[in-house]
Write a protein that binds this ligand. Structure first.
Ligand code: CP3
Length: 393
């Protein structure tokens, strides 16, 4: 007998892992089978967007010039962002589609960037699972009830993201007509299972991820259940984003570089691989990014994303030797170079373009997010410079 939808265990979630009735996540129905295969219903791509330099490069096709966008391109370095954010919390802005859409448009209005990325955060899903999140000024994200026991893992909800985060799809639906009229693709995103688990367990950012690793080694079965819960929720969340009109998605595994190759293969690769496989079935390019993770690149790349993010530590020509045939690469200017004199910024931009050597699948980006001290004119200058230097006659 088929159980009613709300009682069905999400895929990859062991039975007995139901959030209890008192739990904040219990009010929402659980994710059932996540639609992934066959392709979901999504809006027809605008032809200008489909043929944009960004999507061509993401698909590994020749583009008219090397496309440019920047991770954290919306943020405190922009006075218009600071003005809009004044007096409002990060989560309020994310949960208010008009505001999230307006912030998303700020950088693409100010600079000739080739893609927009939705204004949101990788940690937004955590409260929907039962973790209490705050962005604390000067500190960063803080989780007040981090995971410490296996029971905490089993208490986490895996609610349907259309119910718990409807504002994300709504923000995307507001943005798509506006971005289509400008021929600009919209990137949706999530954090990867390991990086989200690191916040859920540490309760904040960390240097060495000691609590996370301790939990992973001591409680491998609960760790696997945790990875499975993130896999289910994130696949559902990216499905919602693509259905609403995101034309590419990025999976941020920012802190995965803290792991050895063995630990990545053993504890992280399986669930992340299943996530990427499910997201690829949505039919939009998938970008997978980590920092300090050059040693993991062959394993990460083997999960089959269309694009691999390269952080600023590794030269692009070397990175190309570590990924799969036909995979595109996004990167990899050190974000601090945007605070260097133009002479140095130009020199290193030339170096990166020389390392990319005209390969069709290069998306120019920073090797980690833009910093709050970034001067606006450096962002403008480097974007224009990459376009000019790479423009095909
Ligand atoms: O790129 C974009 O413009 C889209 C928006 C975006 C934000 N966060 C907005 C944000 C994206 C893609 C993220 C991803 C994110 N968030 C990551 C992965 C990328 C990376 O940097 O490794 C991580 C690890 C987070 C978690 C997070 N959110 C941290 C550590 C912080 C505090 C650090 C800081 O810069 O203040 C945030 C807050 C945050 N997320 C801000 C922004 C614009 C700053 C909030 C503010 O205005 O004070």
């Amino acid at each position: 007998m088929t159980r009613p939808q709300s009682e069905q265990a999400p895929e990859n979630q062991p039975t007995g892992a139901r959030p209890d009735a008192a739990h904040p996540a219990a009010q929402y129905p659980s994710v059932g089978r996540v639609p992934g295969r066959p392709q979901v219903q999504k809006p027809e791509l605008d032809p200008k967007v489909r043929n944009s330099a960004f999507l061509k490069a993401a698909r590994g096709e020749k583009a008219d010039y090397t496309p440019v966008w920047f991770m954290r391109q919306a943020g405190r370095y922009m006075p218009e962002y600071r003005a809009l954010r004044a007096g409002k919390s990060m989560l309020d802005c994310i949960r208010t589609p008009d505001l999230a859409a307006e912030i998303t448009l700020q950088p693409v209005g100010a600079f000739p960037l080739d893609a927009a990325i939705l204004f949101n955060d990788i940690l937004t899903p955590l409260p929907t699972m039962g973790l209490s999140l705050d962005f604390v000024g000067g500190v960063g994200p803080v989780i007040h009830n981090p995971i410490t026991t296996t029971k905490d893992v089993d208490m986490l909800g895996v609610p349907a993201t259309a119910e718990t985060m409807p504002y994300t799809a709504e923000s995307i639906r507001l943005l798509v007509p506006e971005l289509n009229s400008r021929g600009i693709p919209l990137i949706g995103f999530v954090g990867a299972p390991f990086t989200l688990a690191s916040y859920a367990i540490e309760g904040k950012g960390s240097r060495n991820y000691e609590k996370t690793k301790r939990f992973m080694y001591a409680e491998p079965a609960a760790w696997e259940r945790l990875m499975g819960k993130f896999e289910a929720l994130l696949a559902d969340y990216l499905t919602e984003q693509v259905k609403a009109g995101a034309s590419a998605v990025q999976i941020f595994d920012s802190w995965v570089g803290a792991l050895s190759i063995y630990d990545y293969q053993t504890f992280v690769k399986p669930a992340t691989g299943r996530l990427i496989e499910r997201v690829k079935a949505l039919g939009v390019p998938v970008i997978y990014f980590g920092t300090g993770a050059t040693h993991l690149m062959p394993d990460m790349a083997s999960l089959g994303s269309d694009v691999m993010g390269a952080d600023w530590r590794t030269p692009l020509d070397k990175a190309w030797g570590l990924v799969q045939r036909g995979q595109s690469i996004q990167g990899n200017l050190d974000p601090l170079l945007l605070q260097a004199p133009w002479r140095e910024l130009k020199h290193q931009t030339d170096r990166i373009l020389a390392e990319a050597n005209g390969r069709p699948g290069h998306i120019f980006n920073v090797g980690h997010g833009l910093l709050p001290e970034t001067p606006m004119d450096a962002v403008m200058r480097v974007t224009e410079y990459v376009h000019e230097r790479t423009q095909k006659a």
